[in-house]
Structures are given as C-alpha cells and as structure tokens.
Design a protein around this ligand. Structure first.
Ligand code: NCD
Length: 302
C-alpha cells in the first residue's frame, strides 16, 4: 500500500471516517470484533507500531506480531515472502516495517491478506503521510493553497518523500526545502514528482530566511541509521535547531509538525507554543489508522 493507492478523493473519505471516529469512538468500538492485526516490525519503532496496535484494539480487534527482526524467523534466514504466507493463515491484516525498500510491496504480492506499509527503509512511510494530512486538514481546515517548508534530512527521510507525493495532488501547493547540501531531496522526488508536475519549489539551507513564508513547517530528524559513516552524522545532526528565537520569525498561524522521534532539531522550549502540534499529530495518527484498518478490511460502520 502506498499513499498513492488512494486518490485525493478517497483519502478525503478516509479522513472523514477518522474524524467521525474521533467524534464518536463508541460507535466503532466493536467494528473489528474477531479480527486480528499482525504487526511485523523488522525495524525499531515506538509510535507507529503502538499506534497500529492501539487502533486495532480500539476497534475491538486483537493483535499479534513481533517488534524486531531478531525476534522473528528472519534470523533463521526466512524470507519476507515466506513469513507473510505463514502469517496470512493467522491474521486478517498486517502492518509491516522493514529496512529494505520495497519489502512490504514484495510481501503484498505473496499475501492473502492486506499489507500496510509501515515504513520501508529510506523510501516511503504512507501511514505517517495519512497522519500528517489528517493533522493539517483538521487544524487548518484544508490542504490546498498552502506553503510547506520541509526541514532537515530530506535525503533519507521517508516521511518527507511520502508526504510530497501526496501533497502535489492538491491545488496551489508550494514547497520550500530546507536542508544541508548533503541531505537534499533524492532526484526521484525532485525530478519525477515535483518538476514533472510543474510544482513551485525552492531549495535553501537557512531556516531563518524562509520561516516567515511558511504555513506549515515539517521538521525531521537526521536519519542516523541510514548514514554510511558516523562522522557525517555528527557533523550534520545539529544543523537545525528550531527554538523560540526562530519561532518569533514565523507567522502566527504557522503549524510545526514532526513525525517524531525528535532528537535535537526542535528545542523543548518550543513545545508549549500553540503552533507546535507534533504531539497532537500522534493522536490524529491513531484515528486515521483506525479508518485505514476498517477500509482495508472492507468494514463499514453505519
Ligand atoms: C519516522 C520514521 O520511522 O520514518 N517515525 C515515525 O514513524 N513516526 C520518522 C523518523 O524515524 O525520523
């Protein structure tokens, strides 16, 4: 599953369902009775896995799974394709995170049950994108006519790649990409997604110069685990630190999002600023995952 498996219209419907669940959770609390979600996490995660598991439990379903490759048969040499064939016998739906780009897609081809990509290497992270869209739509009221600043590790940050893919489908969206030279967007996003669709974008290195132009600031962590050497990571890890001083240069309605985990890129002094919505974002993430599970299982709640 990729965010582009859903048209912008279908995504809107998914967000409507998520909003309805938020408004009336009791109506949905037995929707998945008797259903089982498998969380197959070959890579560390806290919020994504727990968000999926909580989503299923709040729908009345049950959860099985593993949370590291070490505790699965991958250590014995089992392929993802074989694992999923086996899991298909146990569960009704699965969420998979894997360090290898494309692994959830390979699994989906072999699987008798729906597979949700919960992050594949430096490639994509569709359900984080759903979370981000849901957060922005809920708090801004719309996704069109906005200027998005994306800051930090734009090279390895899969959440950024997925989000750009989804946002270019809305009207009059503009982007400002803020990163060190070494961590700019991969060309498959810059050329194939942005240039080919004639989307307006700028690439800059200084956050201070552009923060005042943004409706949304999407901060990201430098993705240590994807670096080839530690020296480069150490040199780049504190390149951006969003603090009160920089927030003072931003508009009063600008929202700050972050997929989390945060390391140093947002100073904790920003947390109490009403424009900082990264902890609210986590909550929207759970509701949109509830809506997604219902949709992928074909369950309608009247
Ligand atoms: C992100 C991820 O895993 O890509 N985290 C998440 O799922 N919320 C972002 C990150 O790890 O930096």
């Amino acid at each position: 599953m990729s965010p582009l498996d859903y048209t912008a219209k279908e995504l809107d419907a998914l967000m409507d369902t998520a909003a309805d669940i938020m408004a009336d959770p009791a109506k949905y609390s037995h929707a998945c009775n008797g259903k089982i979600l498998a969380t197959l996490f070959y890579e560390p995660s806290t919020r994504t896995r727990l968000s999926f598991e909580t989503a299923m439990i709040r729908l009345g379903g049950e959860v099985i799974g593993f949370h590291s490759a070490d505790s699965s048969s991958a250590t014995k040499g089992e392929t993802v394709a074989d694992t999923i064939r086996v899991i298909s016998n146990f569960a009704d739906i699965a969420a998979m995170r894997h360090p290898k780009e494309g692994a959830p897609m390979v699994a989906a081809e072999k699987s008798a049950i729906p597979i949700i990509n919960a992050g594949d290497g430096g490639h994509q992270h569709p359900t984080q994108t759903f979370t981000d869209l849901m957060t922005i739509r809920s708090l801004k009221g719309h996704l069109d006519n906005l200027t998005f600043g994306m800051c930090g590790d734009l090279k390895f940050g899969r959440t950024v790649h997925s989000l750009i893919n989804a946002l270019v489908r809305y009207e009059n969206v503009k982007f400002v990409f803020i990163s060190p030279k070494e961590l700019t967007l991969p060309s498959y996003i810059r050329d194939d997604v942005l240039k080919s669709k004639n989307i307006e974008f700028r690439e800059v290195t200084r956050l201070e110069d552009v923060i005042g132009d943004l409706d949304i600031l999407y901060m990201t962590r430098v993705q240590r685990e994807r670096f080839f050497n530690e020296e480069d990571y150490v040199r780049l890890k504190d390149f951006y630190i969003l603090d009160k001083k920089k927030m003072a240069l931003a508009g009063k309605d600008m929202l700050v999002l972050h997929p989390l985990p945060r390391v140093n890129e947002i100073s904790t002094e920003v947390d109490d600023d009403p424009r900082a919505v990264y902890f609210k974002q986590v909550k929207y993430g759970m509701y949109i995952r509830m809506a997604l599970i219902l949709d992928m299982l074909g369950i309608r709640v009247a």
